[in-house]
Design a protein around this ligand. Structure first.
Ligand code: PGA
Length: 258
């Protein structure tokens, strides 16, 4: 894993946008998009760059997860959120942004269809990830199998409380989700894990420096050959080896990129 500690959330957003821009400019690309608050600055940065000429016309994208029971037109479905926060402001081709159907009659079949669609697209080149305060990535809650595939999961009450801010009534946060599994996520060629703020510091420390354990699903990323962790100072505050990461990144040859 490469741990990059940056002064502010805006620096995290810019650096993530740089990696995505480089991917998109390199040729036809498959992006993995996350929702939640964490990537919003990155999406704003990319939208701004699109106004200045960056094109997503050669890209397609797959969302990480979706609430079960919310039709795609619901304002809090991740279909709607990603359109509002990113997709409507750039130029992906029609039909190029794929999500899970949270109201599919057969959720297992929907999960299998999604896995097949990712494979048919050639796999994900660059996957953006946030992390939950309980260490989840996607909606893989603690004790998710490290080899899991796309499937239905039950949200922890902690995640439901964390996400209640998006809903009029906390009771409206769905109990269930469809999410890419940890095994699915780990097949993306480059993982970009973003975290900002003190509330994420413990989860980041467990993910990066703790043991690989289902109790912290994000720790499964330690098994991946190409992971970049972009954190601000607050999210990095519980890392034991902060100085080492800063020293290493400071001396990194520029040609290596992320
Ligand atoms: P957040 O959520 O970006 O809204 O903090 C991250 C997550 O739950 O994965």
């Amino acid at each position: 894993m490469e741990i990059v500690i940056l002064p502010t959330p805006a620096d995290v957003a810019r650096t993530a946008a740089d990696a995505i821009e480089q991917q998109v400019r390199s040729g036809p690309s498959v992006l993995g998009l996350a929702t939640g608050s964490t990537p919003l600055g990155t999406y704003q940065e990319l939208t701004e760059r699109h106004r200045n000429g960056l094109s997503f016309a050669g890209a397609q994208a797959f969302l990480l997860d979706e609430y079960v029971g919310l039709p795609s037109a619901h304002p809090q479905s991740y279909h709607s959120v990603i359109r509002e926060e990113f997709v409507d402001g750039v130029d992906f081709p029609a039909g190029a942004v794929h999500g899970l159907d949270g109201v599919a009659e057969d959720l297992e079949a929907e999960a299998a269809r999604y896995e097949a669609a990712i494979t048919a697209a050639g796999g994900v080149d660059l996957q953006i990830l946030g992390i939950g305060t309980d260490g989840h990535v996607g909606f893989n809650e603690p004790m998710s199998s490290l080899g899991s595939r796309t499937r239905i999961k039950t949200l922890t009450q902690q995640t439901r409380r964390d996400n209640a801010r998006f809903f009029a009534d906390p009771a409206d946060v769905p109990d269930h989700v469809l999410t890419q599994g940890l095994g699915t996520i780990r097949e993306a060629r480059h993982l970009l894990l973003l975290a900002m703020g003190e509330a994420k510091a413990e989860a980041i420390a467990a993910a990066v420096e703790g043991p690989v354990a289902a109790a912290c699903p994000a720790s499964a990323l330690q098994l991946h050959p190409h992971v970049t962790v972009l954190v601000d100072e607050a999210a990095a505050s519980r890392l034991a080896h902060r100085e080492y990461y800063q020293d290493t990144f400071g001396r990194k040859p520029a040609w290596q990129g992320l």
